[in-house]
Design a protein around this ligand. Structure first.
Ligand SMILES: [Zn+2]
Length: 109
């Protein structure tokens, strides 16, 4: 059983903490919680050979994002612009929201 990672979601802004892409910031395009991986826009680009298809008329080499390990990225807070851990807060109505552990502001609008 994989331990559940603290909730990085699509459209979150994250910073890469390890590997050759360290320090890059991008927007999460896709989360794969089962594999513990995320795809971050314009980060960890790899060249792939593509067969001709509807998308790539001629085929050839295309560049696309390769998944990153979730443990190598950290969410960046929109409010304080720091990379941070995600905290949880339970509202009066019982719903849970994600908050920045540094500034305490909600991460979700
Ligand atoms: Zn913050």
């Amino acid at each position: 059983m994989l331990k559940k990672h603290p909730k990085i979601r699509k459209d979150d802004k994250v910073i890469v903490l390890a590997g050759k892409e360290r320090g890059k910031i991008g927007t999460v395009l896709k989360v794969d919680p089962d594999k513990g991986r995320v795809i971050v826009e314009k980060v960890n680009m790899v060249k792939r050979h593509a067969k001709p298809s509807a998308k790539t008329a001629k085929g050839g080499i295309i560049e696309r994002e390769a998944p990153l390990n979730m443990s190598n990225v950290m969410i960046v807070c929109n409010k304080c612009a720091e990379h941070t851990r995600i905290g949880k807060r339970i509202l009066e109505d019982g719903s849970k929201i994600r908050v920045c552990k540094k500034c305490g502001e909600p991460m979700d609008e």
